[in-house]
Design a protein around this ligand. Structure first.
Ligand code: AMP
Ligand code: ZN
Length: 511
């Protein structure tokens, strides 16, 4: 099947083809998190859409060689706007963890020293990998076999220094009067091609805020920092331009080139990465390698909104995965909720949407169990799920139309009555084929293999089951009001119970 993919660089939907001559291996660099805090669900929307793209490619038989950086260098809070302005992100995190430690709020068994920036980065990197694994990001599996898939820039400073040197040698970078090394945007005629900015609009400030402090010493206001000498910076390295630290954009160019080659197939990120981050990556990479392009396809996910607005800590809707799990959500439901809206539209996250996603997965899960149970039952050739699979893949190959794909799957799922024995019998195949079709669609969505029950401790399960037993006893004694009270109490605790022919079952619901 042929994948059509929108390319932010050409602003057109294109038929995907890989650089690899055999056409079957795809190199894919995904901009990853900066580990100075827990990743929030907006970050995960961008990462999970990259994962869905990867899974779609794998389902049409590509081998995907994916790299996602985990940024552990203390870049600055205003790196998007200024040349090393604001506060050091790792210092911000260190201060936060010091406060948490004083308040006795660091996670149990944590031996982390908040004054050690490497320990701070490593603490949040571990948390990120844990979350990414819970959300079914395939790259975590790769990273178990090779650390090259999730590289940390602190291990690639030598490559970054080499890249800066080659840009200076080829007159694409210069050392300014403040000792900082800047990239010379006027030396690269394609600068602005990805974002639609022009050097003129950037000079006047129309293309984004200009850093006033450095404007007078740079050749062009859009020239961006490659290396900043700073003997006081929290994380710093020796370099030919003095002890200091690399520019944020540099790391992705250096690591993509070191791990995937000079020119790659796909590069992804959130929409805010288009400018300046990815624009600067293209400039650095093309000027260092002499290649006309850095990545053939640029894949950008639009922002996630929460309840229609930007997530904000003050409104209390700045959710991490951990926050949602505490509310009783399951990782599977969070994943589905974050991928179900087309990546080129803003997604609106609501707790109601999360509940709906949870119910939808429960239906798929029940069907999966039922099909496993009846796998040897004979059916007509090509059952509903096998038919849906074609529509599902056609939708996914149409620029990742996840909603269309889910629609095809759900329609097929609704033809089954999982509370009964199979009714239709035929000679064409077995329900095993239907199970295989369901599982292969899930290879792309990636939800059925995830935890679909909310986190729960042994004690909590015992408590819940004891309450259910007490309710059964109350019902046996025709004490209906006690039985109803127990049902309400459980619901209050986020447990919904259902009475069925096989007894009472329970599920956690989002509070
Ligand atoms: P950061 O850790 O800030 O570098 O962000 C990691 C990734 O998350 C980047 O690719 C951002 O573009 C992306 N991102 C940040 N906020 C959101 C959001 N609300 N929705 C979607 N992607 C986001
Ligand atoms: Zn990047």
């Amino acid at each position: 099947m042929q994948l059509s993919l929108y390319n932010s660089l050409t602003r057109a939907t294109e038929a995907f083809s890989a650089i690899d001559e055999s056409g079957k291996t795809v190199t894919f660099y995904a901009c990853g998190p900066t580990v100075y805090d827990y990743a929030h669900i907006g970050n995960f929307r961008a990462f999970l859409n990259a994962d869905v793209l990867r899974r779609t490619l794998e389902s049409i038989e590509y081998t995907v060689n994916q790299v996602m950086n985990i940024t552990d260098v203390g870049h600055m809070t205003e790196d998007n706007l200024a040349d090393g302005g604001g506060e050091d992100k790792m210092q911000v995190a260190a201060n936060r963890l010091t406060e948490a430690k004083k308040a006795g709020k660091l996670p149990e068994n944590s031996t982390i020293d908040p004054n050690d920036p490497y320990a701070v980065a490593s603490f949040y990197a571990d948390a990120f990998i844990e979350d990414a694994e819970m959300l079914g990001m395939r790259i975590v599996e790769d990273a178990k076999a090779s650390t090259d898939c999730m590289p940390r820039p602190t291990a690639y400073v030598a490559q970054m220094i080499k890249l800066v040197q080659s840009l200076i040698d080829n007159n694409h970078a210069y050392v300014a009067s403040d000792g900082v090394v800047y990239f010379d945007v006027m030396s690269f005629p394609d600068y602005g091609k990805l974002s639609g900015n022009t050097l003129d609009s950037l000079r006047s400030g129309e293309g984004g805020r200009v850093d006033m402090e450095t404007q007078s010493i740079k050749k062009h206001p859009a020239d961006f920092m490659l290396w900043k000498p700073d003997a006081k910076h929290l994380m710093r390295w020796e370099s030919p331009w003095g002890e200091g630290y690399p520019g944020w954009h540099l790391e992705c160019s250096a690591m993509a080139c070191a791990l995937l080659g000079n020119v790659i197939d796909i590069h992804s990120g959130g929409e805010d990465n288009i400018f300046p981050h990815h624009e600067c990556e293209i400039a650095q990479s093309c000027c260092a390698t002499g290649e006309p392009s850095f990545a053939h396809y640029w894949f950008h996910t639009r922002f996630l909104l929460v309840d229609g607005g930007k997530m904000s800590k003050s409104k209390g809707d700045f959710y991490t995965l951990r926050d949602l799990l505490e509310k009783g959500a399951t990782p599977a439901a969070v994943r589905l909720e974050l991928i179900k809206t087309h990546y080129r539209s803003n997604a609106n996250f609501t707790l109601q949407g999360l509940k709906d996603a949870q119910r939808q997965i429960e239906r798929w899960q029940r069907l999966k169990t039922w099909l496993e149970h009846h796998a040897t039952h004979s059916i007509e050739p090509k059952g509903p799920l096998a038919q849906a699979k074609e529509k599902f893949m056609a939708a996914m190959c149409d620029d990742l139309n996840v909603a269309g794909a889910i629609g095809a799957l759900s329609e097929a799922v609704s033809t089954y009555a999982v509370d009964r024995e199979p009714t239709v019998t035929g000679e064409g195949g077995h329900l095993q084929d239907e199970l295989d079709a369901l599982l292969s669609m899930d290879e792309v969505l990636g939800v059925l293999g995830l935890k679909h029950e909310a986190s729960t401790t042994e004690l909590a399960v015992e408590t819940i089951e004891a309450m259910i037993d007490e309710r059964i006893t109350a019902r046996d004694n025709k004490d209906w009001s006690r039985a109803d009270d127990i049902r309400d109490e459980l619901l209050e605790m986020g447990i919904e119970i259902k009475d069925g022919p096989e007894g009472t079952s329970w599920t956690r619901v989002v509070k």
